[in-house]
Design a protein around this ligand. Structure first.
Ligand code: B12
Ligand code: SF4
Length: 542
């Protein structure tokens, strides 16, 4: 089933294309076939992401035992070249385009150097065509992979791309991309770019030129595309059928923390709709375990995916990759649990989360993966009157087969309660509201309208380590709102919470009945040590 969604990386086919003529090259992708350690070869090149490192080192060792030199490159070797060098004969740091030919020459002369690193990023012009013919075509959904750009204009703290490519965003000449696309067999391809719309003008030209080729394509793009109707329309017209979009989190605080504020939470629903309106399937990436995630995050995120009919939700556990700002921060805060890279795979907790325990994060993630690909959830996400119904169902079945390998998880105990504690309560009676300064605001509401809202909003966050629930209230509060708050808090008090902090700072107006009720129920007390503590409680003088 996985074959239905698995495509080939361009790494080794690119390296094969860069290899000087006269050198015979063979590719083994261990995702699809075993490595033949007895193979008669002169030189072995190995690649891998961070989580593959232990296996890459094992492979290197097996060949080195036969005195066959091994060269390593790729994201992991480039981040930690000294570590990699302990396991191989030579390390290529960064791109291979400007160094691979020289390395082969050195090898032929018997003077392989320990490290190779180009002085600058390579030119994107006249890149040799990846040697796709070296791949086992039938083992992948497609081998039609093309790269149009390298890098990304953004710098999200957890992402390896900007670290690897610097702050550059380099585009290949559109003519060359079009020629490459024309040569591909079949009518479907994957652009393996990290962010295909990072340069608007370039993307516009590319999509316009793709249109007449009548191919279908999938790729990755950032959320900014969803706010650009013209470009989105052009993408769809040029054959875009599926996009991986890094949504990451439904919390603006989280997004701000990881330098991804260009994802704007209040626009998410609209953004998903815009993509769907163009009949583009959404593979949405979400990260669990960011610093503002409490144990309600799993259910909240899954329900968001169901509500917005996201075809393929992809859940990841936050993973600090060496070289990234996130890794530095986690390391300096002493939050990394270990450096067993094999577990840095996006599905295993390798750091101390802030608001929950490691176990809650792991089990909650497992729950989201399994529940997200349960038949019930699939049904909610794919049953809508759009085209390509079968593609949506088949890709969900493939994802389901991966999700089912996830170990058992469970929904954290407070999840349901936390959903209720993050809610908007409409006001029943706005007439008798009194503003904090003590002014009656019923008739004057129009004048000071922005402050006297018709709702009471609850923003709650639970710290599992301190067993403390923090509730920030915003808007206005009438008697019904106060009563509803008391009811919801009763639900919370039935579980093992040790402290509740209510922050009234952002409640601009109260009715006197609401204050009386809050006071009677002990919700306005400010003394430390109590179960319920009020911060910035109302003091109304008028
Ligand atoms: C396509 C892709 C995938 C595909 C992979 C399909 C497959 N068959 O493996 C999919 C979508 C499934 C995927 C999944 C994941 N991916 Co991915 N993926 C990519 C992506 C976008 C393109 C890879 C590619 O083809 N690049 C083009 C080639 C030409 O570039 P390259 O690989 O860097 O190779 C160049 C140099 O590095 C060097 N080089 C590389 N290897 C070697 C070896 C030798 C011997 C030499 C000399 C040189 C050399 O030479 C090449 C030419 O210059 C990269 C980002 C990127 N732009 O590279 C991320 C990337 C590789 N993925 C990444 C990650 C984290 C993942 C996931 C773990 C995500 C997750 N949390 O689940 C999963 C893991 C899946 C798995 N089990 O393997 C990270 C890796 C970071 C790291 N330090 O390890 C990257 C860099 C993206 C990122 N956001 O940070 N991925
Ligand atoms: S937008 Fe995507 S590719 Fe670009 S830096 Fe952020 S996570 Fe990485």
């Amino acid at each position: 089933m996985i074959k239905n969604i698995w495509f080939a990386r361009l790494t080794l086919t690119t390296l094969a294309a860069l290899t000087p003529p006269g050198v015979e090259v063979q590719i083994t992708d261990e995702n699809i076939e075993p490595v033949d350690f007895e193979e008669d070869v002169d030189l072995v090149g190995v690649t891998g992401m961070l989580m593959h490192a232990p296996r890459v080192y094992e492979i290197a060792q097996r060949f080195r035992e036969r005195k066959i030199p091994v060269v390593m490159g790729g994201p992991h070797a480039s981040s930690l070249p000294l570590e990699a060098k302990e396991h191989v004969d030579a390390v290529v740091i960064g791109e291979a385009e400007n160094v691979w030919g020289g390395l082969i020459e050195d090898f032929k002369k018997g003077c392989l150097k320990p490290f190779y690193q180009a002085e600058s990023f390579c030119s994107m012009e006249k890149l040799p065509l990846p040697r796709l013919e070296l791949l086992h075509k039938k083992a992948y959904m497609t081998i039609n992979c093309v790269q149009t750009t390298r890098g990304c204009p953004h710098q999200c703290d957890f992402c390896h791309v900007t670290h690897f490519f610097g702050k550059t965003y380099r585009c290949r000449p559109v003519d060359e991309v079009i020629e490459e696309v024309k040569r591909l067999e079949g009518n479907f391809l994957v652009f393996i770019d990290d962010n295909i719309t990072g340069n608007r003008c370039y993307a516009k030209e590319l999509f316009t030129r793709l249109k007449p080729l009548k191919k279908k394509w999938a790729s990755q793009a950032s959320m900014t595309l969803t706010r650009d109707p013209e470009l989105l329309k052009l993408a769809a017209e040029s054959g875009c059928v599926s996009l991986f979009i890094g949504v990451e989190s439904l919390s603006s605080e989280n997004l701000k923390d990881v330098n991804k504020s260009f994802n704007q939470v209040h626009q998410f629903e609209e953004a998903m709709k815009a993509v769907h309106d163009h009949d583009i399937l959404i593979v949405a990436g979400f990260i669990f375990g960011l610093d503002h995630d409490d144990e309600g995050v799993f259910e909240r995120t899954l329900r968001f995916c169901e509500r917005n009919r996201i075809e393929l939700p992809s859940f990841f556990i936050l993973t600090p990759l060496p070289g990234t700002a996130l890794f530095q921060r986690m390391e300096s805060e002493g939050r990394l649990l270990h450096k067993d890279w094999g577990q840095y795979n996006g599905a295993t907790v390798v750091f101390k989360p802030r608001l929950m325990t490691e176990e809650t994060l792991q089990r909650g993630f497992n729950w989201a993966c399994k529940e997200g690909y349960s038949w019930g959830s699939i049904f909610k996400r794919v049953c809508h009157p759009q085209q390509r119904f079968f593609t949506r169902v088949l890709s969900n079945i493939a994802y389901r087969s991966i999700a089912q390998r996830t170990p058992e998880g469970y929904l954290p105990s407070l999840s349901r309660i936390l959903q209720k504690m993050n809610d908007t309560i409409p006001l029943q009676n706005t007439r008798d509201l009194i503003q904090r300064v003590g002014e009656k605001i019923a008739e004057k509401k129009l004048r000071i309208g922005q402050k006297a809202t018709d709702t009471l909003k609850l923003y709650s966050i639970y710290n599992e380590r301190f067993k403390t629930l923090f509730v920030r209230l915003e808007g206005s509060m009438d008697r019904e709102g106060a009563r509803e708050l008391v009811e919801r808090l009763k639900g919370v008090l039935n579980v093992k919470i040790q402290k509740i902090i209510l922050d009234f700072k952002d409640v601009e107006a109260f009715s006197s009945e609401a204050i009386a009720l809050l006071s009677r129920k002990g919700l306005l007390q400010t003394e430390e040590g109590k179960l319920l503590i009020a911060m910035n409680p109302p003091r109304i003088t008028g």
